[in-house]
Write a protein that binds this ligand. Structure first.
Ligand code: PLP
Length: 376
């Protein structure tokens, strides 16, 4: 990073990602494969550096949300299998096949379109079937009265020409939430997932090589659901439940700097809307981070940042490119001081809670204006 960029940056610890990968891997049943979820630019950590690390470390699969994200990986030299979790328009079937991507198939109509396109090209598309066992998002409906129809449609999809059904998966809605209701819901999703697989496999006489359902929440709370492959995202980046017990470390530290320091008398209003008024003589820092960098405006007057060995309360509305923080009680803070927005000194989960959201959203929110600085 050159000095011109020394405004706001995100420090990414590749060694921590590597250690997290190894710790997660070590806890898996033998033979269980590891799919690293690197969608949304690897939750803001940088899809390419993270994917290169996982490829080198021996992960078996990656997952992204769309074809553009998958292409970024191939262009960056990633050769390992990549599962596309979302929809890809069937006119891109040729690109999916030529790049060796694995496409999610979430309905019979889509399976037919991919099959027809692959047939026209005289090639075969590798697919994973996605079941909707209770998330009510993408996937073949199979709960309750839909069971037989769902099983029938999955079988019909798997028997179409020029599709290779390598895997089948589902996604949990509340695997990371406490409470007996949520546990029962997750267990029912798992039961249904297994029941559909069994019905399909026994009627078709083949086995899916990769049956997978465990996201981070399930890996922590239901290790018995690992099956053939796990799909951690958040856990890999060191956030989520029980990361301490598992020995996982956060991998991103969002840092800004103090641009200037001003002294105000009591009764001075600060920032747009005048929503904060000083109550004492105040030494106010102007920080070089705003909502365009990914610091949500909803956090205005609701958070503190780590600086000079203490915490500075954020004051006034957060602006697009700047915000203010009270440095009165932190005499060591000076112009140019580093201010940790979140990281080891300032917990991301608490910041997310103050914003009424989850750690995932704040990680993804770190915008492209913020340079990523990789610690090797
Ligand atoms: C995002 C995603 C994951 C990873 O979820 P985490 O909670 O970050 O572990 C796994 N599977 C699917 C289908 C996803 O969309």
């Amino acid at each position: 990073m050159n000095d011109l960029q020394k405004r706001t940056w995100a420090e990414i610890s590749l060694p921590n990602i590597r250690r997290n990968y190894e710790a997660i891997r070590a806890a898996l049943p033998s033979g269980c494969r590891f799919l690293g979820v690197v969608k949304a630019d690897a939750y803001g950590h940088g899809a390419l550096p993270v994917s290169r690390l996982l490829q080198e470390a021996g992960a078996e699969y990656l997952a992204v949300s769309c074809l553009d994200e998958a292409m970024e990986l191939r262009r960056g030299g990633i050769t390992m299998p990549v599962l596309i979790l979302g929809h890809t328009p069937p006119e891109y079937t040729g690109m999916l096949i030529d790049q060796g991507f694995t496409q999610t198939v979430s309905a019979l109509a889509k399976a037919r379109e991919y099959s027809a396109a692959a047939q026209a090209l005289g090639k075969t598309l590798r697919v994973h079937i996605k079941l909707d066992t209770g998330m009510s998002r993408l996937g073949f409906l199979c709960a309750g009265d839909y069971f037989d129809l769902g099983v029938g449609n999955v079988i019909a999809s798997c028997q179409l020409p020029n599709l290779e059904p390598e895997g089948i998966y589902t996604h949990f809605a509340v695997s990371d939430e406490p409470g007996e209701d949520n546990k029962a819901y997750t267990r029912e999703q798992f039961r249904l997932f297994r029941a559909v697989i069994e019905a399909v496999e026994s009627r078709c006489g083949f086995r899916f090589a990769l049956r997978h359902c465990a996201n981070s929440g399930a890996m922590v709370h239901y290790p018995e659901m690992a099956l053939d492959m796990v799909r951690p995202g958040l856990l890999l980046y060191g956030y989520g439940d029980d990361t301490g017990r598992l020995g996982l470390k956060p991998c991103m530290r969002l840092v800004t700097t103090v641009s200037t320091i001003k002294h105000y008398e009591a009764g001075t209003s600060v920032s747009y809307g005048r929503h904060f008024v000083t109550e004492r003589h105040t030494r106010m820092g102007v920080l070089a981070i705003g909502y365009a960098d990914g610091l949500p405006r909803i956090l205005s007057n609701k958070c503190s940042f780590a600086v000079a060995g203490g915490f500075a309360p954020q004051r006034g509305n957060i602006c697009m490119d700047m915000c203010m923080a009270d440095l009165t009680d932190l005499p060591e803070a000076h112009v140019g001081s580093e201010v940790e927005i979140f990281g080891p000194a300032n917990d991301l989960d608490s910041l997310a809670a103050a914003a009424g959201t989850i750690s995932y959203e704040l990680l993804c929110a770190v915008s492209k204006r913020v340079p990523r600085v990789y610690a090797e």
